[in-house]
Write a protein that binds this ligand. Structure first.
Ligand SMILES: Cc1ncc(COP(=O)(O)O)c(C=O)c1O
Length: 389
């Protein structure tokens, strides 16, 4: 199916989901096989071993590449496998600049694993481009940004960073997990590749782990396919099928979660028990104008995502809130149809050192809500009663 001729919602359902050519099955088959019959030595039918390639995975890769407006999709077994594989394209002494307050697992992988293997990382506040300029050195190969960040929802201007990177001959990767391709398409803004934890909005049902990288750069793609095949951090055919099934409803899910999140954020912002509400869709978010310009649905409407963070002012108030909430379940992760709540300081960001947490204003009183697609009346009522009124 050609890429450009169809709208996002149509590609989400059709791309990679073409009917099976042999049986006509509308839902694509799951190729549960590790190996493939060969017609002679060196004469395979396009597949030889499932670590290298698998028809169900190929369908998923085409689907995700199309949604992110890329030409290559490379699927991995988790978001961290995708990020790690990207960094495995680097050589000893290479340097990467990363958004401060990046996902805790990315921070852990960079500081506790890859830095031991001779890679250098600097974590900077990429909201301000001058911080990036200051850290660029002749060995800088990549800038890796996450926007909005987790859980403080700080934004980085993707287009401005992409321009800076092009001038300096550095590549730009954007972790687009929080917005999903429905809410933000970094390749269109000049990024060289997009990284996803497909465990989140792409999967959308809290039932599968996955990761993906999408690019239009043939050379980068061939390096990544090589690492994918060599390292073997690949999703199973069944997980690929689940993800393919999930992207069909991505637009509906992300739209609804964002609508719910905006209504909840407005209520929380006006609530006397909440010290501070962070949500890019609120006028008082310091980067609201950037969010409005950068985070857009494929048809051009501004969209602010499904994550809202609140500061309740004290640990006791947080504990009370968590013990009372019932529609919002206490759990790590985000981006599913069900609403979740977590305390990033002690959960998702547990491995980030205390001084780093302090420097980025990540406090123990901060609660992160991943707003799902339940009825808004039930979400509102749950939050109100969890706040004590
Ligand atoms: C922004 C972001 N990137 C990457 C990851 C890692 O993804 P995974 O858990 O699928 O390895 C996460 C996980 O929470 C995340 O939130």
């Amino acid at each position: 199916m050609p890429n450009k001729e169809y709208k996002f919602e149509t590609r989400a359902i059709r791309k990679g989901n073409e009917a099976d050519s042999k049986t006509g099955s509308i839902s694509p088959p799951i190729h549960l096989t590790s190996t493939y019959l060969q017609d002679g030595v060196g004469k395979d039918r396009g597949f030889d071993y499932s670590r290298a390639s698998n028809p169900t995975r190929k369908r998923l890769e085409e689907n995700i590449a199309s949604l992110e407006t890329g030409t290559h999709g490379i699927a991995f077994s988790s978001g961290m496998a995708a990020t790690t594989s990207l960094f495995q394209t680097l050589s000893k002494e290479d340097h990467v600049i990363i958004s401060r307050n990046v996902y805790g697992g990315t921070f852990r992988m960079a500081t506790q694993v890859l830095s031991k293997q001779g890679l250098y990382f600097d974590f900077v506040d990429t909201r301000d481009l001058s911080n990036l300029y200051d850290k660029i050195n002749p060995n800088t190969k990549w800038v890796f940004i996450e926007t909005p960040t987790n859980p403080l929802l700080e934004l980085t201007d993707i287009q401005a960073v992409a321009d800076l990177c092009k001038d300096a001959n550095i590549k730009l990767a954007v972790d687009n997990t929080f917005m999903s391709p429905y809410g933000q398409r970094p390749l269109d803004l000049g990024a060289d590749c997009v990284v996803h934890s497909s465990t989140k909005y792409i999967g959308g049902h809290s039932d599968v782990l996955g990761g993906a990288i999408v690019t239009r750069d043939d050379e980068l793609a061939s390096q990544l396919y090589f690492i994918q095949k060599s390292g073997g951090a690949v999703p199973s055919p069944f997980d690929c099928w689940l993800l393919l099934r999930s992207t069909k409803t991505l637009a509906l899910r992300v739209k609804k979660a964002s609508e719910n999140a905006l209504l909840l954020a407005q209520m929380l912002d006006a609530h006397p028990s909440v010290l501070h509400t962070i949500y890019p869709g609120l006028q008082n978010h310091p980067q609201h104008q950037l969010a409005k310009r950068q985070q857009k649905t494929p048809s051009g409407e501004s969209i602010y995502g499904g994550i809202v963070s609140i500061n309740l002012g004290s640990k006791k108030k947080c504990d009370d809130f968590l013990s009372r909430s019932s529609v919002f379940s206490l759990a790590e992760s985000l981006g599913g149809v069900e609403s979740l709540v977590c305390v990033p300081y002690e959960m998702t960001h547990a491995d980030v050192p205390m001084d780093v947490k302090r420097s980025i204003n990540l406090v123990p009183e901060l609660i992160r809500l991943s707003v799902g697609i339940e009825h808004i009346d039930d979400l509102m009522a749950d939050i109100k009663q969890a706040l004590g009124n």
